[in-house]
Design a protein around this ligand. Structure first.
Ligand code: SF4
Ligand code: SF4
Length: 84
């Protein structure tokens, strides 16, 4: 967990069943917060995962570039909101 307090909280969701593991999002993420899963999804693709969500700066590049439209970026909602 980063000790740097961000001005806003960002997080993304990845629909792992839509993802085809092309790695475009992994390559384009400026904070290198994405990687490829070691386990295949139901279709046999190794999907993208976010391994360090605290480093996401909400730039939206991953969502814009994903050819499968499987990433959504959220802003202003605490990462652990709703989790007790
Ligand atoms: S929104 Fe930007 S920083 Fe966050 S995971 Fe996507 S590309 Fe990386
Ligand atoms: S760009 Fe989209 S399809 Fe490609 S690895 Fe990332 S989430 Fe999966």
């Amino acid at each position: 967990m980063s000790s740097v307090k961000k001005k806003k909280d960002f997080h993304i969701t990845i629909d792992e069943e839509l993802c085809k593991g092309c790695s475009i999002c992994v390559s384009i993420c400026p904070t290198k917060t994405l990687s490829i899963s070691k386990d295949p999804n139901k279709k046999g693709y190794y999907s993208a995962i976010q391994h360090s969500p605290e480093d996401c700066i909400g730039c939206n590049k991953c969502a814009l570039m994903c050819p499968e439209v499987s990433i959504r970026v959220f802003m202003g909602v605490p990462l652990n909101e709703g989790i007790s």
